[in-house]
Design a protein around this ligand. Structure first.
Ligand code: SAM
Ligand code: SF4
Length: 330
């Protein structure tokens, strides 16, 4: 099947991130307010059948990789049922999951049997008390156990996503990097992104990936290495002879956008064309009105015309961008 999903900047779009729920069993300080969000109603959320129809359409125009995300995707019932449906779609070569890990161990066998190939686990600290402060719920032991269980189950390469925050967890960079010496894990340090729930935190705690790399460089021995299998925008470095590697992801710098190969489907069926910004198209209405896979594919192709070249947040412009973001998002 040829790739015919190509945006206005000649970038082939082969990767679709699918949010299956807006709800979560944690309340990470950078992501959600303590009291939660105004959740979507159940009937607003796409069913697994509706998601599978949209993925079928995406696969017919060249999407090859799907990542299930949220909210917390494992908080939605029987996610393995969706994994099985998506894995069976011709053209889909890679089904992966982003999770906070809390519910992973219990569902691992079903997910792997359904066709899950890879998992990214979010983990911002290796200290139990700090986990509870950052995620506003306990759970470090469950997440660490899930990481080991996922490696054991052959979900490789296993990536750990760590959002780095000044004064909150930036003293743990070395401890996270050390994990890669003994396990085949890929620890990715992510720049804190501004969302309207976290403006104060973003202002105080943002550390650029350049700073993160400087600090990692002080460890001394890290060498650039090729990325592991996957679709991510991270750059990787490893200790000589280590089974794993560390990486940095800089959503606020523009090389993140240059090779953009992705679009996102929100839990309520909006196809979002960029990480930041409000460009998107509604796919729920057509899918619920009985649009065929061919008709949906044609909508996906036309959405490419409005996919922006890049987002408008830039390193060094964070403060003003945050204000802009809060005005748009608030
Ligand atoms: N609940 C799942 C998890 O935590 O992996 C999946 C959804 S979560 C929104 C996906 C990723 O986005 C996580 O790695 C999380 O740390 C990251 N994330 C959320 N808010 C962020 C922010 N403001 N800045 C940077 N990364 C963020
Ligand atoms: Fe957000 Fe994921 Fe944390 Fe939930 S676990 S609050 S979705 S980052």
């Amino acid at each position: 099947m040829p790739i015919s999903l190509i945006d206005g900047f000649a970038r082939p779009i082969t990767y679709l991130r699918v949010s299956v729920t807006d709800k979560c069993n944690l309340r990470c300080i950078y992501c959600m307010p303590e009291g939660g969000l105004p959740w979507l109603r159940r009937d607003e959320i796409l069913t697994y059948e509706e998601i599978a129809t949209i993925v079928r359409a995406a696969a017919s125009v060249g999407v090859r990789a799907i990542r299930l995300t949220g909210g917390e995707p494992l908080a939605r019932r029987e996610l393995s049922g969706l994994v099985a449906r998506i894995s069976a779609i011709p053209g889909i070569e890679d089904v992966a999951l982003s999770t906070n890990g809390l519910l992973l161990a219990a569902q691992l066998d079903d997910l792997v049997a359904a066709g899950l190939r890879r998992v990214n686990v979010s983990l911002d600290t290796l200290r139990a008390d700090r986990f509870e402060a950052l995620a506003r719920r306990p759970g470090l032991d469950a997440v660490l156990a899930a990481i080991d269980a996922a490696i054991e189950a052959g979900l490789q390469p296993l990536k750990i996503n760590c959002v780095v925050m000044r004064g909150r967890n930036d003293d743990e960079l070395l401890a996270f990097a050390e994990l890669t010496r003994t396990r085949r894990v890929f620890v990715r340090f992510i720049e804190l992104m501004p969302v309207h729930e976290n403006l104060g935190l973003q202002r105080d705690a943002y550390i650029s990936s350049a700073d993160i790399l400087d600090r990692l460089g002080a460890i001394g021995e890290l060498l650039p290495v090729l990325p592991p299998l996957g679709n991510g925008p991270a750059r990787y470095f490893a200790f000589p002879g280590a089974p794993g590697a560390v990486g940095v992801i800089s959503p606020l710098s523009h090389d993140y956008c240059e090779r953009c190969n992705r679009v996102r489907l929100s839990a309520d069926g909006n196809l979002r064309l960029c990480l930041f910004g409000d460009r998107g198209i509604d796919l729920r209405t057509p899918v619920r009105s009985g649009a065929t896979v061919t008709e949906l594919a044609s909508l996906l192709r036309s959405a490419m015309l409005i996919k922006p070249e890049r987002h408008h947040l830039r390193l060094g412009e964070t403060a003003s961008a945050m204000r802009a973001f809060s005005e748009i998002g608030g």
